[in-house]
Ligand binder design. Structure first.
Ligand code: MN
Length: 185
């Protein structure tokens, strides 16, 4: 089992135990299938970024809960990427329970697209394009953001990220969990 898979396995187990949720209830609350959850807990699967987001939202924990370097085994990069993955995410700062934000560095390979399920209620996201071009879909509306441009949107709806170019796309995503209960993880 790779270090990161092992970390995810422990993190999911810890969340389920802390909440007293069965696999069945966890599947209901996260929208991720029981089979997939079981695979993650056994360290047999490297879930996509989109799947990890669903789990984080279902448990009401910040996305960085899964990729924050402070919680990872020593020597593990504080990022989330998998072989052949179209999208990878790194956490640039540890989650701040007072300010309730995550600062994520996201990369999409040429031509890639990722659909994101709604983040938790009231969640606001700010994206800043660092390199390349981002097509950002919110509901039915697509918006083109060029290098250096930024946009803010309510992220508690379906949204999509697309890299329309044949070169890599890098952007930063600042996630504000405005209505998170005041708990630390
Ligand atoms: Mn998002």
């Amino acid at each position: 089992m790779a270090d990161f898979q092992q970390h995810l396995s422990g993190a999911l187990r810890q969340l389920r135990q802390a909440n007293g949720w069965s696999l069945t209830l966890t599947a209901e609350r996260t929208g991720v299938s029981k089979a997939m959850l079981g695979q993650i807990e056994r360290g047999e699967s490297s879930p996509t970024v989109a799947t990890l987001w669903k789990i984080a939202t279902g448990f009401n924990v910040p996305f960085s809960f899964f990729i924050d370097g402070s919680a990872l085994p020593v020597g593990t990069a504080s990022g989330f990427s998998q072989p052949n993955a179209e999208m990878s995410v790194r956490s640039l700062l540890p989650y701040d329970p007072q300010l309730r934000f995550d600062l994520l560095a996201v990369e999409l390979v040429a031509g890639a697209q990722s659909h994101s399920s709604p983040h938790e209620a009231g969640c606001v996201e700010q994206v800043v394009v660092i390199e390349g071009e981002l097509l950002l879909g919110i509901g039915d509306v697509w918006r083109r953001l060029l290098t250096g441009e930024a946009f803010q949107f309510r992220a508690d709806v379906l949204h999509s990220y697309r890299n329309p170019l044949s070169t890599p796309l890098r952007f930063h995503s600042l996630i504000h969990y405005l209505q998170r209960p005041d708990v630390t993880n």
